[in-house]
Write a protein that binds this ligand. Sequence first.
Ligand code: FES
Length: 87
Amino acid sequence: MTASAVAPANVCLVIDGVEVTVARGTSVAAAIAHAGAGGRRSVLGQPRAPLCGMGICFECRATIDGHAQRRTCLVPAANGMVVVTDG
Ligand code: FES
């Protein structure tokens, strides 16, 4: 589904190369979970996931539209957004 064909109540973004449609207002962190995408890994290779949901723990970081280390719990999903997790 392309962004132009998405109902106004929804947004379409790409997470790790897969198009995902979520309700407008959904955080990128929630969209990643909805998509079942991998998520970030620690420097020791352990899987990491959102913990606080309010921008404090930094466990939800991903690259959004080429900007690395964004806290995905603070960013609303948007049409055409490209998200890359490392997991
Ligand atoms: S979940 Fe803690 S900063 Fe995003």
